[in-house]
Design a protein around this ligand. Structure first.
Ligand SMILES: Cc1cc2nc3c(=O)[nH]c(=O)nc-3n(C[C@H](O)[C@H](O)[C@H](O)COP(=O)(O)OP(=O)(O)OC[C@H]3O[C@@H](n4cnc5c(N)ncnc54)[C@H](O)[C@@H]3O)c2cc1C
Length: 416
């Protein structure tokens, strides 16, 4: 029997799968699409947001996410020359993630959508997965929810929270898009003009997108820019009707932005449009787990004995209800701990959760949700499952000291 079943092949699920397999677990990863990388390619999310700070006597910049993430970045550069600073080329990413899972001995099964969960008391016994040949049933000793939306947890009866507590609103959804055939130098010279015109058009009602400015990043492709700038507010990302409305509305916003840029911003005159597959979801369901990590914990840099990852990306909240984005930047040298208990539901003994749906408040999620930190929590979940499996015990009985030592031996930063 498979030791660990992982649902979801984003960075979280892949980091977990590779780590668990490396430490002796037999791993099967089910992914509903046909490639690994999750939001990075389905929603064209790029670049990696920073998770690092200046530490030690010489105040050297230290990456707080290491391990799988560091190896991924190194290999993207060495095997494909497909990384520049934190920007990566998604097409090579897919190939590298295929290679990394194959080398680790992970069984990856694409075009497989989790549909149902079978439980036996407090344990998940099996998952039912929709595949091209029908509905199939798979058993394992341990399960990991790496779906982003917490779908496996919700189906397993774990208590879930949606967005912020007062009104359940989540951070806005965004359909990212790219524009090719841009004169980048000319565009860069005219960035201030673009922001000025954007605000003017918005004030005149010619632009309906509620975002406060144009958010744009470089890409690995010559003449192409990445726009993370549409904004769908007040919609529930796990409600089928809201989500469908959001997809259509975001396409209209994208066309509005594309037309605005092409017609008004020097350098964009001959631009061509490239869109992502699906609208991106920053936040949806999160588990109410053994420990709910809060904004206060993050700002106080609270230390936990069962720390399995560290972070200090800013608390970056795109307004769920309108315009504006709020930030809390951690002072130099400060970082917070993520405890293993935030990856564990209280009521299901053989289930782990990692990625953007771990047990955190709306505010804390705004920091832990970035791809590098998802790699960290994914890797930690994979190691936790492998250690429990090696001892033949329940997840809560797996020795935390061994989980932390294994992560550290694999390069993880778990504090100074
Ligand atoms: C618009 C937007 C901009 C962002 N910008 C940045 C940024 O610039 N930098 C950064 O670092 N982070 C950014 N983020 C955050 C980051 O992209 C996500 O939080 C992160 O990718 C989540 O990783 P994950 O592995 O938990 O989930 P995902 O990457 O979403 O992966 C989940 C995987 O599970 C699969 N899946 C889901 N349900 C099922 C099912 N039922 N059965 C089988 N498979 C399933 C999906 O197909 C997917 O492959 C952004 C997010 C959004 C939405």
């Amino acid at each position: 029997m498979t030791d660990l079943i992982i649902i979801g092949g984003g960075f979280t699920g892949v980091a977990a799968a590779v780590a668990a397999a490396k430490h002796g677990a037999k791993v099967t990863l089910f992914e509903q699409t046909g490639a690994l990388g999750g939001a990075a390619y389905i929603n064209l999310i790029n670049p990696f947001m920073p998770n690092g700070t200046k530490l030690g006597p010489d105040k050297a910049y230290t990456e707080l996410t290491q391990g799988f993430y560091a190896e991924f970045c190194r290999r993207m550069s060495e095997e494909f020359s497909a990384m520049s600073k934190k920007t990566f080329h998604e097409e090579y990413m897919k190939i590298l993630l295929d290679r990394m899972t194959k080398e680790a001995g992970v069984k990856v099964v694409f075009h497989s959508t989790l549909a149902a969960v079978e439980k036996d008391g407090d344990a998940v016994r099996a998952v039912q997965v929709v595949q091209k040949n029908g509905l199939n049933r798979y058993e394992a000793k341990y399960f990991l929810d790496a779906t982003g939306d917490g779908m496996l947890s919700a189906l397993a009866g774990v208590p879930m929270r949606l967005g912020r507590p007062e009104d359940n609103l989540c951070q806005p959804m965004t359909l990212c898009f790219r524009m090719g055939n841009i004169d980048i130098e000319k565009f860069n010279q005219n960035r201030p003009l673009m922001q000025e015109l954007y605000k003017k058009f918005q004030a005149e009602g010619k632009i309906k997108n509620p975002r406060e400015n144009v958010l744009v990043f470089p890409t690995m492709v010559d003449g192409m820019l990445h726009f993370n700038t549409t904004r769908i507010i007040r919609k529930n990302p796990v409600d089928p009707d809201d989500l469908s409305w959001a997809e259509m509305e975001a396409r209209e916003q994208m066309l509005e932005m594309f037309t605005f840029l092409r017609e008004n911003v020097p350098g964009c005159e001959k631009a061509q449009l490239v869109t992502s597959n699906d609208i991106g979801v920053r936040e949806s369901l999160m588990i109410d787990g053994q420990y709910v990590l809060t904004e206060e914990d993050l700002k106080a840099c609270k230390r936990f004995d069962d720390c399995i990852a560290c972070g200090n990306y800013d608390i970056d909240i795109h307004n769920p209800a309108g315009t504006g984005t709020s930030h809390y930047y951690f002072p130099d040298g400060e970082y917070y701990d993520i405890p293993l208990r935030s990856l564990r539901p209280a009521n299901v003994e053989n289930l782990l959760v990692a990625g953007r749906c771990i047990s955190v408040t709306h505010e804390a999620q705004a920091s832990v949700r970035i791809m590098p930190i998802c790699c960290s929590t994914g890797e930690a979940a994979g190691v936790a499952a492998a250690v429990a499996n090696a001892h033949g015990v329940k997840l809560d009985d797996a020795p935390v000291a061994e989980i932390r030592a294994t992560l550290k031996a694999d390069g993880a930063f778990l504090g100074e």
